[in-house]
Design a protein around this ligand. Sequence first.
Ligand code: SF4
Length: 508
Amino acid sequence: MTASLDEPLDSPVADSVVNDGCHGGAATMRAAAVAAGKSDVLDQYAADYPVGPHDRPQSMCPAFGSLRVGLRMRRTATVLSGSACCVYGLTFTSHFYGAKRTVGYVPFNSETLVTGKLFEDIRDAVHALADPVLYDAIVVTNLCVPTASGVPLRLLPKEINGVRIIGIDVPGFGIPTHAEAKDVLAGAMLAFARREAENGPVQAPRGGVSDRPAVTLLGEMFPADPVGIGRMLEPMGLAAGPVVPTREWRELYAALDGVAVAAIHPFYTASVREFQAAGRPIVGSAPVGVEGTLAWLDAIGTAAGVPRALITEAQNRQLGAIRGALAGAPVKGRITVSGYEGSELLVARLLVESGAEVPYVGTACPRTPWSEADRDFLEARGTKVVFRASLESDIAAFLEHDPDLAIGTTPVVQKAKERATPALYFTNLISARPLFGAAGAGSLAHVINGAIANKDRFARMEAFFDGVGEGDTAGVWEEKPEPRPAFREANRRRLEKQAKARRAEEMI
Ligand code: SF4
């Protein structure tokens, strides 16, 4: 069944979604979305973002990724369609991360959802917003419940008063990480811009068209990194092009026009599809460390048709500076790395070249052709690389390797600190600094060595707080809490019995 304005969303599964909301579970939500005509979208997501062993978000709501991409773009309005609790969480997080922009919201109730009125409300909201003086584009995002109910954003007008309308579904039961949700929006925008470019002249970038062939950079990165990459490309007669996700609509055309695309973050599958459709060669990995930089310059130069002598010159110019930076800022110690940004393997490569022992790298992102070189490099040096790593896998690796420093997500860092091991948040402290070329080598060593040197302070803190309680006994109590294993066991049995009864009822 295809949902449309003429076909109210009244399937029994859709009813269950409305009644149970997010508590209906991923399988129920997925079944509802399929019944409501979203199977093509979900099939595409399943192909682009393969799951396993970790098959669902274990960090923030994935929609935060696409929301952030839209909120960082000039002249772009953002509208969410989803449960109020999800929208509250998403807007809270986006403002926590400094978005100084309004997030539009079209609320719904059971009636507007099942009768199709929600779609009409969204369409009215988009018409009211579409002011070409203010906006180039409006991004409308279906969260879990409207996706599961088949709210048909594809039926929105493609353009109103010259303002593009981009409707995307970003459900937690179809997109495994917030990183990949960035690709959902970037890919949808590139597809739109590619069609525009095919149909006639388009706007030039704000700073004018590059006088040298430019390399498009795929993946959010530290602002100084594209500048450094531009310098590395100079001897080959190339320039650093736009970074995708872009900060403005018109940059999309320049991105599609690049002589080659550097998939610095390897999980942008939908975006890569658009670049390939535009005939652009894709190069994986990144200019990280000595070996990574040499290989990357070679691959980029070859993809762009640069003469061998110029490629060698570009390599030689970098070689000395990066070797010097690595030698001047060595990293000593055993480090486990985990995160959900997609640059985990690159960070691990740099650590290895800096002298660190890295026994484990876990990334919540999937394995793709664009991370193969990094995986090969790390595995050849004894690092265990886990794609779609679960939190359980990251913590097990931390416990197994007992590192001098754990780089990871919030719960991994928390676990490490509980055990008096220095730890750094990947997202805030590692991915928010330069990584490439000589600048990356020096910068990473500084923060890593500073953290490892804190071991004694952690040990002193652990000794100071010894005996204050942990797990069930943590907190402030008038009397020391007594664990009651018998109560817990009785409770577990009761819950098990209830679940069994529920399953039996479902089978009738
Ligand atoms: S949109 Fe889905 S994944 Fe995101 S918070 Fe809501 S229920 Fe969770």
